[in-house]
Design a protein around this ligand. Structure first.
Ligand SMILES: [Fe+2]
Length: 180
C-alpha cells in the first residue's frame, strides 16, 4: 500500500483534521521506531501508524469496535500483522493483547504524540529544541494533558527502549519536516 493510497483510505472515512494529523504524527514516530527495531519494515510500520485510527469516525460512540472495525476498512491492503497491531492498540476494549515489538510500538507511538503535541503548544518554539527532561516532568504533572495515558507511553520499555531515549526519538521524528 502506498502512502497516497493509505491517506486516501483515511480520508474516505471523513475524519476530522486533528485525526489526520494524529495519524501522520504516529506515522512519523513509527517510521523512526522501525528504523531502529525493524529495519526494512519502515513502510509497514509507518502505514500502520497512519491508519491505526482509520475506523475512529465510525466507532467513536462504540469503543469496543475501535481497532476491530479497521480490519473491514483496510481489507488486505495491509498484512495481518498490521491488522492485529491496530486491534491491539485498543486492547483495553478489544481484548487483543499486544505481544510483538510492532504491537507495543504502535501503542506507545500513538500515545506519545499527544504528549508532545500538548507540550509544543505551551512552548514558543513548538517542538524545536524540546527536551526529554522537560517532557518527563510534564508526564509527572497529572493535570498536564490529563487525557494522555502515561502508562502507555512507558510501554516503550517493552522494546527495551528507555523512556528518555524514546521521547527524544519521538520529538525528532515529529519535528522533522515531512518527507512527502
Ligand atoms: Fe490513535
Amino acid at each position: 500500500m502506498t502512502r497516497e493510497e493509505a491517506l486516501a483510505l483515511l480520508q474516505s472515512q471523513n475524519p476530522e483534521t486533528h485525526l489526520v494529523e494524529h495519524g501522520e504524527q504516529t506515522e512519523a514516530v513509527m517510521r523512526a521506531m522501525a528504523l531502529r527495531f525493524a529495519p526494512g519494515q519502515e513502510e509497514l510500520w509507518a502505514m500502520t501508524g497512519l491508519l491505526h485510527d482509520v475506523d475512529y469516525p465510525g466507532t467513536k460512540d462504540d469503543p469496543a469496535r475501535h481497532g476491530l472495525a479497521a480490519a473491514e476498512i483496510i481489507g488486505d491492503a495491509l498484512p495481518p500483522e498490521a491488522i492485529r497491531a491496530i486491534a491491539a492498540h485498543n486492547s483495553e476494549c478489544t481484548n487483543v493483547k499486544p505481544e510483538s515489538e510492532f504491537e507495543w510500538a504502535l501503542r506507545c507511538a500513538e500515545s506519545v504524540t499527544g504528549l508532545i503535541k500538548a507540550a509544543a503548544l505551551v512552548r514558543p518554539d513548538g517542538m524545536q529544541g524540546m527536551k526529554s527532561k522537560s517532557l518527563k516532568k510534564k508526564m509527572k504533572d497529572k493535570s498536564f494533558a490529563a487525557n494522555v495515558d502515561r502508562d502507555r507511553i512507558r510501554e516503550c520499555e517493552k522494546l527495551d527502549l528507555e523512556l528518555g531515549e524514546f521521547l527524544d526519538l519521538a520529538v525528532a521524528a515529529m519535528a522533522a519536516p515531512e518527507q512527502h
